[in-house]
Design a protein around this ligand. Sequence first.
Ligand SMILES: [Zn+2]
Length: 69
Amino acid sequence: MTWCDRCEREFDLGLLRDDGGCPACGQLLTDAPSGGSAPWHFWVVAAAAALYLGWRALQGIIWVVQQII
Ligand SMILES: [Zn+2]
């Protein structure tokens, strides 16, 4: 069994897609050991995504302020 964080449920390894993705959402699951900590490259991607989303949110706030002024 392997755990999908996105679906918050377990899947049998035999149910995974050919590329090792979650059968429900497609997230790759074979790299992540079940019950273990996430690999370092997961955190690099997560940090980059957080920075990007934070930057986009800041841009959105600036846009709203410019419409008000
Ligand atoms: Zn999933």
